[in-house]
Every structure is written in structure tokens, then in C-alpha cells.
Design a protein around this ligand. Structure first.
Ligand code: ADP
Ligand code: MG
Length: 707
């Protein structure tokens, strides 16, 4: 009988020959507890022994795999001389019938025990020349005797757990043999269409490619597809489940409020804004709750889109809410949005009475008395738009009729928050728009937010001049930066200076900002009007400083990252970031987006030395491009995809071979197939659903498969 993955995931590795309690414990320490874990512990690479060379025929610079016999081996300590700390170098002399060569290992003292004279092994690496002798440095070593003519898998080794590639190979062989045929949950016609091999073949070929150099490529193609299909199926199932189990608001699009808002704007909407607003309105008019991601680069004009969506709710007699990740951001949003809506009145023209739109800010900083007034207003339906933090979701906040929720810059808006929202909506689920400027490559976004629809604001408002970015490393270059700040101020412009990021503590960050402020006002920027803003400035003072800067009564704003998102002063043309290599790409991109908002030419100066390689690459990328999507790709490269998948622990564990970055096309295919299968009359095949469940955590499983 063919075996399922679930079946294999119920068999402990200790069932295998040679895996006693100690081995089982060692395996568990690297995440291998079951036969399923073992079989999905895929080779890291392969040694092609179909083309094994003789030492005499090797050429320097080529990657070679050589079967040779160890003649001599010895070790010594390098550097430091005495005691610990020095590096250990192991040197071996090996030979075959055609000649001899040298093998050198650094920091692998144990090789001396492993490769005792007389041992035969395959050494795989790039051939070097060391003073006229052929040499391999830190080659992959394969002790398994005769696999000549084979493509041999090499597994990730764990020195600490003392699990060698040979051990794994042996256990995997046994597991494959005893498992026999595997159930293939993907229907055969689909496999044919996608040109994929069946699962049993794929699993065998990935672990034991035999003498075929192409086998593992074919195998990986199938296994990668499976991983991505499971992920997409989970997401699509969730999307459909949300749609099935929730009742949303059917918004009226007929009202005049949105139109009046657009007419009153000092600029026409961009084509992209128009298109995205139409996409959102179509969702809003539909009874299924909207769940849409709005992606738009910094400065693309997302606020107007968000406000439009909330006004659709308001004009139909409902309420809108905007949730920001921090209090400062919520405050800034409230300021900006109040200004945008200052002249709007609720109630259709011709109605007997109308009233000004009521926009309230609700954060944990709002004093109790005022908070009560606001929550009463919300419960009575007198507050039209609430702007705040997660405080909006707290139990004492009750909405009369919450119609649209905008979530700003929030990457984790999961099942729990949605449940909280459902409660706020008194049975109906409000429409949700998630906005992000932290650019996420499209496929990754689709994967992580797989149950979201995506709208992209891919056009900046006209008249923006590209921001010129420099990286000032030397003192002379930095002196020029301050020179330029003074010149811009002299020309009537304004500047931001962002003080170093101190991740460990807000207190240190505050003192670094204060120090920067003191230094600059007595040094490089003496005589200019400087303001200071950081997380510990009391709200009233903060607001006053922001207002002064906005009104041009301050020349330079020294700040911590509190200004990272949302500050909007078109007259500001210079952004100086101190110790820029401490910031991530997304943050730098956000900061740079604070300038270049008006018609004036703008500049961004990144100060600091690239303290790390990654830091250096980040700054180089910033200098090279202002395209948020390109930067997002670089970021993804540098940080790896784990960070994007974030909290999706289980989903991430399932991506062992697949890469969201390298397998984009497969992501697309898997997503299309997932929709096809989920929407087919009988739903996806049971075997496939069962497999998806294997990778879900309990909450997700409960949510998807209750009822
Ligand atoms: P985002 O939130 O996407 O970073 P904002 O909504 O803060 O961007 O808008 C950035 C700036 O562009 C603001 O100054 C805003 O007034 C302006 N803006 C928005 N839409 C337009 C438009 N259609 N034409 C001109 N300027 C616009
Ligand atoms: Mg914004």
C-alpha cells in the first residue's frame, strides 16, 4: 500500500537501523524526528562521480572530484603560536595511481582522526596551485567507498550533532526502501500538464540520482512545486473560507462625499490612484468583505486612496477607521487627514442639515476623559473617522457601524485581528485595506498575503524630481554635506537630520538625538534654526515642533526615526542620515521619501562607513536606485526570505527546497493551480487537503476546517 506523508511523519527515526536513543537525540537537535523529516532533509549538493578525474589530469582552477588514498596527515596551529585562539591547519598528502596532491583543512582538527593513512575518500573542490603542488583547500570529503560512476548526494552536515553525510545517506536509503511507493496527491493529468514526475520517483531521484546527472533537477522541480502548492492551497483555502463565513457591508457608491473630496484636492488624482480607488470601490460595493493590500512606494499618494475608501463608508452612514503601528504615526495621520478633510461636511447636498466631518484620534495616550468622549461618539455613530493604534481594537471601543478599516504599515494583520474586527462590526465584517510602502516583491507579497487581493500604486504624482543620493564616508565628504544643508537653507529650503539608530534602548536613542542636536547647533549648523524630535518629547511639544517645521519657522529638524513615515513637508529638500549603515533598506527608503515631495531638487546624504559588508551593500543600493521594488529585491537578497515569511512558522518550515525569490514562476503556477483546485466542484483532492493540514498550526487548521 502506498504511503502518505502523514503516515511517514508518524514514524520516529528510531525505527531505522542504527538509530538508537543517542542518534535519535542528535537527529532531533537538527529537526529530524520522523521518517518524513528525514526524507525532506534534502541533499545540499551533489558530487558528480560520473566524471571522476585522475590527479595527473587535473587542471588548476577547475572543480574536481578525485578518488585518492591518504598517505600522510598531520596538523599544526597557526597564528598566535601558543595556547588557544590560533587556527588549526590539517595537511594531508593523498595519491592515486597517476600522482599525488595536497589537501589542506582549516579549523577542522577532527579531519586528522577521520582521514587516517590508508583511508580512501573522494575529495571534491576547486583545484589550486600551492608552490607548484596541486592542492584542494577545505574540500568536501566523501568516505563512502565505491560510488564511482554515480551522482552522489551530499547532505548538510552537523558537526555538533556529529551526523555525517554517510550516516544520512544510509538512513535515507533504508527509509526509501521501507517506505516503498508514496501516495501522489496531485492528479495525474495535472502532473502531465505541468511536466512533473510522480512523487515516488521525485523522492528517489533527489536522494539517489544514480548515474544520471539530470535526475535531481527533475526531482527538485516536482518537490519545489509540491511545497509551493501546499502553501498556496492553505492561503487560497483561507481566502475562500473568509469569504464564505463572513457577512460584510454592501457599501453604497452613489453618495457625493467622495466626489466632493476629490474635487477639493489641490491636484488631480494620478491615473494609478484613480485605478486603485476604482478597484477598492468595486470591493466595497460587494457584500463579501474586502481584504486588499495596497502597495505603493513612498510618496505615491496612498493617503488619498485610504481616505477615499473611508469616505465611501461615511457617505453610506458607516464609519471608517485607520490603524497605524505607532502612536506617533497615528498622530501624524490624524493631523494630515484632518487637514485634508477640513472643509468637508457630511450629509448630501440638499439635505436638511449637515455637519462637519468628525475625525478623532484614539491612542493610549489620550487622557481618560477625552477617551470616553471619543468612544461614546464612536458608539453613537457621531464620530465618522477614527484614527489610532491597536487601541482601536480594545474591548471598550465600540463602533455604531464600522464599514472600512485601513491598516497602515502593518505586516501582521492575522486571523486574531480579523476576529477582533468582526466583533467591532457587530456581526458584519468591515472591509479591510492594508497599506504598505515597505516594498515587498510582488510574488513574495502574494505568497505571504496569499488571501489578500493586491492593488499597486505604480505611479508617482507628477513633477517629482528624482532624489540625488550620496554616501559620504570621509570627513571631507561629510563637511560638504553640512555645507550643502546650509546652502539649501539659505535658498529657503529645509532639512532633516536623522540621528543614529540605537536598537537596544529608546533612552540611548533619545540621548544620541539630543547630542546630535547640541553638536550641530554649536558646530556645523550654528546659526540655523534647529528643532529636536524624539520618542520622549511630550505630544504637545512634538506637535508644536512639527507645526513650526511645517510652517517654515524651523530650518532643520533633528530627529530619531519618529519621522520615518508620514511626515509631509514639501519644502524640505535635504535628508541627512547619520550612521546610515545601522538602518535597514526599508527604513532608509522611507526616510529618503521624506524629501523630494515638492518641485525642488532634493538630496539624501547617507553618512557613515559601511561597518559591515551588508551595511555597505545596503548603502550602495540606496545610492544606485530610488526604485522601491528594486531595493526590496536587494533587501530580500541580503536578509533572506525567512524575514518575509515572518510569523508563518509552519509555512516556512515547509519551504525546504523552494525559494520565493528564485522560484517566482513556480509560485505563480502553484497559485493558479491552487485556485483551480479549490474552486473545482468537489474541491481539492482529499489527499492534498490532508497534506496541507500537516503543515498548518492548530489555529490555522481550526479556522480553515471547522464546520
Ligand atoms: P504615501 O503615503 O504613499 O507615502 P502620501 O499619501 O503621503 O504618500 O502622499 C505624498 C505626497 O504626495 C503628499 O504631499 C500628497 O499631498 C501628494 N500627492 C498625493 N497625491 C497626489 C497627486 N495626485 N498629485 C500631486 N500630489 C499628490
Ligand atoms: Mg503615508
Amino acid at each position: 500500500m502506498a504511503r502518505t506523508l502523514r503516515f511517514l511523519s508518524g514514524i520516529p527515526v528510531s525505527e531505522l537501523k542504527g538509530v538508537g536513543p543517542a542518534r535519535a537525540k542528535a537527529l532531533a537537535s537538527v529537526g529530524i524526528e520522523t521518517v518524513f523529516d528525514l526524507l525532506t532533509h534534502y541533499p545540499r549538493r551533489y558530487i558528480d562521480r560520473t566524471k571522476e578525474a585522475r590527479i595527473a589530469d587535473l587542471h588548476v582552477g577547475e572543480v574536481a572530484s578525485v578518488l585518492a588514498r591518504v598517505d600522510r596527515i598531520s596538523s599544526r596551529r597557526l597564528g598566535g603560536g601558543r595556547g588557544r585562539g590560533g587556527r588549526v591547519m590539517v595537511e594531508a598528502s593523498v595519491s592515486d595511481s597517476s600522482g599525488r596532491m595536497k589537501i589542506t583543512f582549516f579549523n577542522q582538527a577532527w579531519r586528522e582522526q577521520q582521514l587516517t593513512p590508508g583511508t580512501e575518500a573522494v575529495f571534491w573542490g576547486k583545484l589550486e596551485d600551492f608552490r607548484g603542488t596541486k592542492q584542494l583547500t577545505n574540500p568536501v570529503v566523501d568516505l563512502v567507498g565505491d560510488q564511482t560512476g554515480q551522482v552522489v548526494p551530499v547532505y548538510p552536515q552537523s558537526e555538533k550533532a556529529r551526523i555525517t553525510t554517510q550516516d544520512v545517506r544510509r538512513w535515507v536509503d533504508e527509509a526509501l526502501r521501507r517506505a516503498g511507493d508514496l501516495v501522489d496527491p496531485v492528479p495525474e493529468p495535472l502532473l502531465d500538464r505541468l511536466d512533473l514526475v510522480d512523487r515516488t520517483a521525485a523522492m528517489r531521484m533527489v536522494h539517489a540520482p544514480g548515474d544520471s546527472v539530470g535526475a535531481y533537477v527533475v526531482a527538485r522541480k516536482r518537490l519545489i512545486f509540491d511545497e509551493l502548492l501546499r502553501l498556496q492551497l492553505a492561503l487560497v483555502l483561507r481566502k475562500r473560507q473568509v469569504e464564505r463565513t463572513t457577512v460584510g457591508v454592501t457599501h453604497e457608491l452613489a453618495g457625493a462625499l467622495v466626489g466632493r473630496f476629490h474635487d477639493a484636492l489641490p491636484y488631480p488624482l494620478t491615473g494609478a490612484q484613480r485605478r486603485v480607488i476604482a478597484e477598492i470601490e468595486a470591493d466595497l460595493a460587494d457584500p463579501v468583505p474586502m481584504h486588499r493590500l495596497l502597495q505603493g512606494d513612498v510618496g505615491a499618494g496612498k493617503t488619498v486612496v485610504a481616505v477615499s475608501a473611508m469616505l465611501v463608508a461615511v457617505q453610506g452612514g458607516h464609519q471608517g477607521a485607520l490603524m497605524a503601528p505607532t502612536e506617533v504615526l497615528a498622530e501624524q495621520h490624524a493631523l494630515g487627514i484632518r487637514e485634508l478633510l477640513a472643509d468637508l461636511r457630511v450629509g448630501d447636498e440638499g439635505a436638511l442639515f449637515d455637519r462637519p466631518l468628525r475625525v478623532e484620534l484614539l491612542t493610549n495616550r489620550v487622557p481618560a476623559g477625552e477617551r470616553r468622549k471619543i468612544t461614546e461618539g464612536l458608539a453613537a455613530g457621531e464620530v465618522d473617522i477614527a484614527i489610532g493604534t491597536h487601541a482601536l481594537l480594545s474591548a471598550d471601543v465600540d463602533f455604531a457601524s464600522l464599514g472600512v478599516v485601513v491598516v497602515d504599515e502593518q505586516h501582521r494583520f492575522g486571523v486574531e485581528q480579523r476576529a477582533a474586527l468582526r466583533d467591532k462590526g457587530r456581526g458584519t465584517v468591515p472591509d479591510v485595506l492594508v497599506m504598505t510602502a515597505t516594498p515587498i516583491p510582488r510574488t513574495a507579497a502574494m505568497t505571504v498575503y496569499g488571501d489578500l487581493d493586491v492593488s499597486v500604486l505604480d505611479e508617482l504624482p507628477p513633477g517629482r524630481t528624482p532624489i540625488e543620493t550620496t554616501w559620504a564616508r570621509t570627513e571631507a565628504e561629510q563637511a560638504q554635506v553640512w555645507e550643502q544643508v546650509r546652502a539649501e537653507v539659505a535658498a529657503g529650503r529645509q532639512a532633516y537630520v536623522v540621528s543614529p539608530l540605537v536598537e537596544e534602548s529608546e533612552k540611548l536613542e533619545v540621548s544620541s538625538a539630543t547630542e546630535t542636536y547640541e553638536q550641530l547647533s554649536h558646530g556645523e549648523l550654528a546659526g540655523l534654526r534647529l528643532g529636536l524630535l524624539h520618542g520622549r518629547v511630550p505630544p504637545a511639544e512634538k506637535e508644536a515642533t512639527m507645526r513650526q517645521f511645517r510652517e517654515g519657522r524651523l530650518d532643520v529638524l533633528v530627529a530619531t526615526t519618529v519621522i520615518e513615515v508620514g511626515v509631509d513637508v514639501p519644502n524640505a529638500t535635504v535628508m541627512v542620515v547619520l550612521d546610515a549603515d545601522r538602518f535597514g533598506i526599508a527604513q532608509l527608503h522611507q526616510l529618503r521619501g521624506r524629501v523630494g515631495r515638492g518641485a525642488h531638487r532634493s538630496y539624501c546624504h547617507l553618512l557613515g562607513e559601511g561597518a559591515t559588508d551588508d551595511g555597505e551593500r545596503r548603502l550602495e543600493a540606496m545610492v544606485e536606485t530610488t526604485d522601491g521594488f528594486v531595493l526590496a529585491e536587494v533587501d530580500l537578497d541580503l536578509r533572506g526570505e525567512g524575514t518575509i515569511l515572518g510569523a508563518r512558522q509552519k509555512g516556512r518550515n515547509d519551504l525546504k527546497l523552494a525559494s520565493l525569490r528564485d522560484d517566482r514562476e513556480v509560485v505563480d503556477t502553484a497559485r493558479a493551480i491552487a485556485f483551480e483546485l479549490v474552486d473545482a466542484p468537489g474541491g481539492p483532492p482529499d489527499a492534498l487537503v490532508d497534506e496541507v493540514r500537516l503543515f498548518l498550526d492548530e489555529d490555522e487548521e481550526a479556522f480553515l476546517f471547522k464546520s
